[in-house]
Design a protein around this ligand. Structure first.
Ligand code: G1P
Length: 296
């Protein structure tokens, strides 16, 4: 009998163990993933994106002091019964949108801050499918069809590993994983020939940067186990991805959508404005305010 080919990504890992030092003092007590874009925390955008892409199991790789994240997606019976008693239908629906069946959400701890690669590896016992997704919540992506849904569709057609990619200014490439690919191919999914974590501008293989959405094979865990510390003295996911090249088909996926780096002050402000301008109840007043500040 032919082995069954996986066409649907069911599980997603959300690395949320980072300390968020770039946003101190705000992140001293409140996890950066719980900072708001309008009325929702950053992490909820990533979880909603995963739901839209058909993800059924959500795995948070968390750490000390970050329990607010798992609490946000847990049941809150007291709040629900209070809202029911007051017939607050709209608010009940808002809670319903982030309620899960028991077992759908799992939390594993990353006990030491050893890097993104190590964080993903911490979830190895919870992954049994051949392929799974990883979403870095700092990267918030706004699009009608979510970024992971776009990647999942590509995967359904052509199995393999995927990393979301976009062009960035050459002066910014040192902040990202950068890939080498054959740009003569006019496709959305470009075979990755090389990948380097946070290269110097002069050494970058291109200005195509990896953005925090991945579809990865289970075999990445064995590779991560052997991956020595890399950039910044951390175990880098990118270094393990490099070892994937040649073992499984590996594509950079040019996604559609606007991406905001919500691990930075500017990215957070930009995301709040961009999402605000899309919300019917506030967009007109927001435009007036922006005009008042000389924005346009
Ligand atoms: C991580 C990855 C990097 C990727 C980036 C996308 O870096 O290591 O390869 O380009 O996310 O946001 P970080 O931003 O966590 O330093």
């Amino acid at each position: 009998m032919q082995p069954k080919i996986q066409t649907k990504i069911r599980k997603a890992i959300f690395p949320v163990a980072g300390m968020g030092t770039r946003l101190l003092p705000q992140t001293k007590v409140v996890p950066k993933e719980m900072l708001p874009i309008l009325d929702k925390p950053i992490i909820q955008y990533a979880v909603e994106e995963a739901i839209e892409a058909g993800i059924e199991e959500f795995i948070f790789v968390s750490s000390k002091g970050k329990n607010a994240i798992e609490d946000h997606f847990d049941a809150h019976p007291e709040l629900v019964s209070m809202l029911q008693n007051r017939s607050k239908v709209k608010e009940l629906k808002i809670l319903e949108d982030i309620s899960f069946t028991p077992g759908q959400v799992a939390v594993v701890r990353q006990p030491y801050p050893l890097g993104l690669g190590h964080a993903v590896w911490c979830a190895r016992h919870l992954i049994d499918d051949d392929y799974f997704a990883v979403l870095l919540p700092d990267d918030v992506i706004m699009n009608k069809i979510s970024c992971l849904a776009q990647m999942s569709s590509a995967f359904a057609e052509k199995q393999g590993a995927y990393a979301a990619i976009m062009e960035v200014a050459p002066s910014q490439i040192h902040l990202y994983g950068a890939i080498a690919t054959d740009l003569s191919q006019d496709k959305k999914s470009l075979p990755i020939a090389n990948i380097v974590e946070k290269p110097k501008k002069e050494e970058a293989p291109s200005n195509l940067a990896v953005i925090g959405r991945y579809i990865l094979p289970k075999s990445i865990f064995g590779i991560l186990e052997q991956t020595p510390k890399g950039a910044g003295g951390e175990i880098q996911l990118t270094d393990a991805l490099k070892a994937l090249i040649g073992r499984v088909p590996f594509y950079g996926h040019v996604f559609e959508g606007a991406r905001f780096d919500c691990g930075t002050k500017l990215g957070l402000v930009e995301a709040n404005i961009a999402f605000g301008l899309q919300q019917d109840d506030i967009k007109d007043d927001l435009k007036k305010i922006l005009k008042q500040y000389g924005a346009f």
